[in-house]
Design a protein around this ligand. Structure first.
Ligand SMILES: [Zn+2]
Length: 399
């Protein structure tokens, strides 16, 4: 007995791509068939796509909608966004945070987002006001979205006793993950160690803003990986930003490639263990690497073979992958800027050594970092098309 039916909807992975009816019983999907016979109330989706909700893994609802309060960036080359935001935080009240975050949250829901992890800053003078405001929204919109709150110190933790105290308070108020931004701390290892200590003490997840910037001289991701192993926290730690990986010195690439391969194995093994694989069977891992990070992606892909569905290298140095190039089985797209003459030549030599399905695309009028108008959009379009072509799998019966 069905309680409700969505008729005439398209679903991902459908055998013939045609429309189906989706029947619900007791709040769960009970049947998906081309034509369900039922008298229950229904909604005509008119051929629209019906899929799982979107997942937003990294957003700062507490800081959203403050652009009109911040002074403009003085120059493109020397951004100090963190300081400019810190300067307006004294104006944050629980009501103000609630009102701004509410608009952004509602927009996320309207776009189809059903799971969100939002970071929430606990630095002085705001303290735990963000947690308070976000907790209200978490309850108010529980019918539409799972909102997870990640408490973190954006402006330093190691030498800021108030931040440490507020962080503990935030967790006790209900934050279920802990973040960190060691880049803005005087003592990176102390910051990261404290985050792990608190995570273990309260049995919550870790989500760090890490290695942002372009100077690879000091990188923290290896310490995070070591602590993840030491604390047996595999699968519970996320690292965001990591742009320094794109400037990785060649001697560090093997370390990153090994960690990348380990993380990919973990994802694949987890997917394999899920008994009903219907919702993950269409998914395959793809790598996107920029600059020297592209070489690390290719070394990891060579190690994992068919378990990496596709690789895209943007303005990369695939030549640095050396011997691994000949072992890569994953379809690989090399994208290079037309003005990046030296890198074009290096990509051509790497391309010749790849024996997998491959393409080399040169984006006209683009320099190494694709800063010219429209060029990064072209990279996004080429990468998306490559991933769509190689990562999507139809059902066997659909061909
Ligand atoms: Zn962030």
């Amino acid at each position: 007995m069905l309680d409700y039916v969505i008729r005439n909807a398209r679903v991902p992975g459908a055998a013939n791509g045609g429309a189906v009816d989706i029947g619900f019983a007791k709040g769960k999907i009970a049947a998906i068939e081309p034509r369900l016979v039922a008298d229950s109330p229904s909604y005509d989706a008119q051929g629209c796509l019906c899929c799982g909700g979107l997942v937003e893994t990294h957003i700062h609802l507490d800081k959203s909608r403050i652009i009109d309060r911040c002074t403009p960036e003085p120059s493109r080359d020397n951004p100090n966004h963190m300081k400019r935001v810190a300067a307006v935080k004294s104006g944050f009240s629980v009501e103000d945070i609630y009102n701004r975050a509410k608009i952004t949250l509602e927009n996320c829901i309207k776009q189809g987002t059903t799971r969100i992890r939002t970071h929430a800053e606990i630095d002085l003078p705001v303290g735990t006001k963000c947690i308070e405001a976000l907790k209200m929204l978490q309850q108010e919109y529980a019918w539409a979205v799972d909102l997870e709150i990640c408490a973190f110190a954006q402006e330093g933790l190691a030498n800021v006793p108030e931040a440490d105290k507020a962080l503990v308070e935030a967790i006790e108020m209900g934050a279920t993950s802990i973040g960190g931004a060691p880049n803005y701390d005087t003592d990176h290892p102390a910051h990261i160690n404290r985050v792990f200590e608190l995570a273990r003490e309260y049995d919550i997840h870790v989500d760090l803003h890490i290695d942002s910037g372009h100077d690879p001289a000091s990188m923290d991701n290896m310490l995070v990986a070591e602590l993840t192993e030491q604390y047996k926290y595999g699968g519970r730690v996320a690292m965001g930003h990591m742009t320094k990986v794109a400037a990785l010195p060649p001697d560090k690439q093997k370390d990153i490639a090994r960690r990348l391969a380990d993380a990919t194995r973990w994802v694949n093994e987890r997917a394999d263990r899920i008994a009903d694989k219907s919702h993950v069977r269409h998914l395959t891992v793809g790598y996107f690497g920029a600059s020297t990070g592209g070489a690390a992606a290719l070394v990891a892909a060579a190690e994992l073979g068919a378990r990496v569905g596709a690789v895209v290298s943007r303005g990369g140095r695939p030549d640095l992958a050396g011997e691994a190039l000949g072992q890569v089985k994953s379809p690989t797209l090399l994208i290079v800027g037309g003005l990046d003459k030296t890198v074009i030549e290096l990509n051509k030599s790497a391309y010749a050594r790849l024996h997998c399905e491959k393409e080399l695309k040169v984006v006209p009028n683009a320099s190494h970092l694709f800063e010219e108008p429209g060029t990064l959009e072209e990279v996004a379009r080429l990468a998306a098309e490559w991933f769509r072509r190689h990562l999507e799998h139809e059902d066997e019966e659909g061909g």
